[in-house]
Design a protein around this ligand. Structure first.
Ligand SMILES: [Zn+2]
Length: 276
C-alpha cells in the first residue's frame, strides 16, 4: 500500500472523480510545487476501484474507502448493506475510512436520514475494529452527528473535512479528539466566522486540503479545483496564524502522518512487546 511520501500533503481530495480527465497531469503539477501525497475521500465501490488503479500508477495517492452520504442517499438500504460488506473486506487496502457522515441538506438527503445514520454508525464501528482513522463529511446535521459520534465514536480518531464552522463548533469537534481540515472556502474574505475559528484551532489539530475538484478558492472555477490550490489555502491559514506557508504545510503533514499511523505504531510496539 502507498505511504505518505516526503513533501507536503493534500489531506482531502478526489483524484478518482470521473470529472477529472487526466489525474496524472494534476499530480505532476502538484509535485512540481512540493505537494507529493494526496489522501483521497472515498465515495462508493466504483470510486474505490478507480482509486486502487490510480494508486498503482502514482505512489502519492493514498486510498481511503467509505460510503459517502451522497452515495448512501442515492442507493437503497439493501445496496448500502452489501456495500458495507464489501467495505469491511476491502478496508485493509485503505489508509483511512471515509468519507462517512451525514448530510441533511434537502437536495442531497431526499428523506435518507435514517439510512445515512445507520451507515454512519456501521462505518464508525468498522473504523474502530479495523483501527483506521475516519474522514468525516458533516453538513447541516451537527446535532445528530454529535449524538452518533458520542455513542459510536469512542476510540475512533479522524478528521472533519471541509470545516467551515464557527469557533464554538470547532471546539465541539476538538473536544471529541477530532482534527479539523480546512480548504478553499478559508480563502474567501467574507468568511470571517471561519477565520475566527481557524485562529483558535491548535496547530497540532489543523489539516489543509483542497477537496478538488470541488470547494474552489475564489478565482478558481467550480468543479475545476486542483491540488495545486493547496498553496492558496496554506497562504491564508499562514496569514491567520502569523506563520509562514512552509510552517503550516509542514505541520499539516506531521499531523496527518500521526493520524494515519498512530494505531499502526501502537500495534507495532504492542506486537514487539509480546515478542521480545
Ligand atoms: Zn470530499
Amino acid at each position: 500500500m502507498n505511504r505518505l511520501r516526503p513533501g507536503w500533503v493534500d489531506a482531502h481530495l478526489h483524484l478518482a472523480d470521473p470529472r477529472i480527465d487526466d489525474p496524472g497531469a494534476l499530480v505532476e503539477q502538484a509535485e512540481a510545487q512540493g505537494i507529493h501525497s494526496f489522501l483521497q475521500g472515498g465515495v462508493g465501490p466504483e470510486d474505490w476501484q478507480r482509486q486502487r488503479e490510480l494508486a498503482q500508477r502514482h505512489h502519492g495517492i493514498l486510498p481511503a474507502f467509505g460510503l459517502h452520504p451522497y452515495w448512501v442517499s442515492d442507493h437503497t438500504a439493501d445496496e448500502c448493506e452489501s456495500a458495507l460488506d464489501q467495505l469491511a473486506r476491502e478496508l485493509p487496502h485503505a489508509l483511512a475510512l471515509g468519507e462517512t457522515g451525514l448530510d441533511f441538506r434537502p437536495h442531497i438527503c431526499k428523506d435518507s436520514e435514517a439510512r445515512q445514520i445507520a451507515c454512519f454508525e456501521a462505518q464508525l464501528e468498522m473504523a474502530r475494529v479495523g483501527a483506521k482513522p475516519v474522514i468525516l463529511h458533516l453538513v447541516q446535521a451537527v446535532d445528530e452527528a454529535e449524538r452518533v459520534l458520542d455513542l459510536f465514536g469512542a476510540g475512533v480518531r479522524g478528521l472533519v473535512h471541509a470545516f467551515t464552522g464557527s469557533a464554538p463548533q470547532a471546539e465541539a469537534w476538538l473536544k471529541r479528539d477530532l482534527h479539523l481540515s480546512v480548504g478553499g472556502p478559508v480563502c474567501r474574505p467574507d468568511l470571517t466566522r471561519l477565520h475566527q475559528a481557524v485562529k483558535i484551532i491548535p496547530m497540532d489539530r489543523l489539516l489543509l486540503e483542497t477537496d478538488s475538484p470541488d470547494q474552489p478558492p475564489p478565482g478558481v472555477v467550480a468543479g475545476h479545483n486542483t491540488p495545486s490550490s493547496l498553496l492558496l489555502v496554506a497562504d491564508k491559514v499562514a496569514e491567520i496564524k502569523g506563520l509562514s506557508r512552509a510552517q503550516v504545510l509542514d505541520k499539516s503533514r506531521e499531523n496527518l502522518e500521526k493520524l494515519l499511523y498512530a494505531n499502526q505504531s501502537a500495534n507495532h510496539s504492542a506486537n514487539q512487546s509480546t515478542n521480545p
